[in-house]
Design a protein around this ligand. Structure first.
Ligand code: GLU
Length: 324
């Protein structure tokens, strides 16, 4: 803990890795950006492991993520929190939305019920929910009794457009009701969906600034509706463009060749990754520098942060014997 709690920080950012695989260069760039964004405004940084993806999340990946981020020179206030320890908090939010008629039970058995637990990343296909169960059941118990099945819960999304004012992508308009429909906030059996968990935990931590990958920009609109329904403040958002592989595809967690763990094991100087991340986000950096040394120089230029950046050439230069 490097900062006194009493002096309320104006800016509270967060790093929220999902421990479902090894972190790669894309994560390094995004998490450095999130950390610099907070630290350069004397803000706090919270660490939250988003481990709700039952079968895929593991402690091994959580530990590796923390080690990778420490290797990059990042730090955070207090001990990392783990979302699976906050299940009552998520259940209370769902119950409240049900009680207020802002959410409803859903007994549909489609594939989208199974996928709702993960953050929807680029390329994930999501059909619009047609509202089949809207207004169908008075209570969760009734839904389960009459259908003979466990029920999920969906947010009743109000019709109409909203604007997410993103620090990188500018004003983006979304019509969640038309594009996605009433989305899941709890899966059948009660497990909280990603969208709900993020909103509830961001609010619990007093998060003012969410800096994360650009594939989550459409999720900001869903989260906006949830924040409104729960009377929670809307954080500011900055979404950073993704790092791509040599085919222009988003780096995936299974692309182990690009993992930070591997770079770490091969004794790559983390400052080379830091310098690359700084430059590609728009912060001038000629010499090797630590994440902390760059805090006073951090600049996010919209153009740099919006451009997809290829990671492979960097990895090759990091691993070539001449580098250093
Ligand atoms: N845990 C999510 C991910 O790794 C990020 C969620 C967020 O930053 O809102 O994709």
């Amino acid at each position: 803990m490097s900062r006194a709690r009493g002096a309320a920080a104006e800016v509270i950012g967060r790093l929220a890795p999902s421990p479902t695989g090894l972190l790669h260069l894309g994560h390094a760039r995004t998490f450095l950006g999130a950390w610099w964004s907070a630290r350069s405004r004397a803000g706090q940084v919270l660490m939250r492991l988003e481990d709700l993806d039952g079968p895929r999340a593991s402690q091994r990946f959580g530990d590796a993520a923390l080690r990778d981020l420490e290797w990059l020179g990042l730090d955070w206030e207090g001990t990392p929190s783990v979302q699976s320890a906050h299940l009552e908090r998520f259940a209370a939010a769902v119950e409240r939305l049900l009680a207020e008629g802002k959410a409803y039970p859903c007994v549909c058995t489609r594939g989208d019920l199974r996928t709702a637990q993960n953050a929807p990343h680029a390329g994930d296909k999501e059909p619009r929910y047609p509202g089949t169960c809207r207004g169908r059941f008075a209570t969760l118990a009734e839904a389960e009794r009459t259908s003979g099945r466990a029920a999920g819960v969906r947010l009743r999304v109000p019709a109409g457009e909203l604007t997410i004012d993103d620090a990188v992508f500018g004003a983006k308009k979304y019509d969640v009701a038309a594009e996605v429909g009433d989305f899941l906030i709890a899966r059948r059996g009660g497990a909280p969906a990603y969208q709900l968990a993020v909103v509830v935990d961001d609010a619990a931590g007093g998060v003012t600034d969410g800096v994360r990958g650009a594939d989550l920009l459409p999720s900001a609109a869903r989260q906006w509706h949830l924040q409104a329904a729960l009377d929670l403040p809307h954080p500011r958002y900055a979404h950073l463009a993704l790092v791509t592989d040599e085919h222009g595809a988003r780096l995936a967690k299974h692309a182990d060749a690009l993992s930070l763990a591997e770079l770490r094991e091969r004794k790559v100087d983390p400052r080379a990754v830091v310098r690359w991340a700084a430059r590609t986000l728009g912060t001038p950096c000629d010499e090797l520098a630590s994440a902390r040394e760059l805090v006073p120089h951090f600049r996010l230029t919209e153009r740099a942060a919006r451009e997809e950046t290829a990671g492979r050439a960097l990895v090759e230069s990091l691993l070539s014997p001449a580098s250093g």
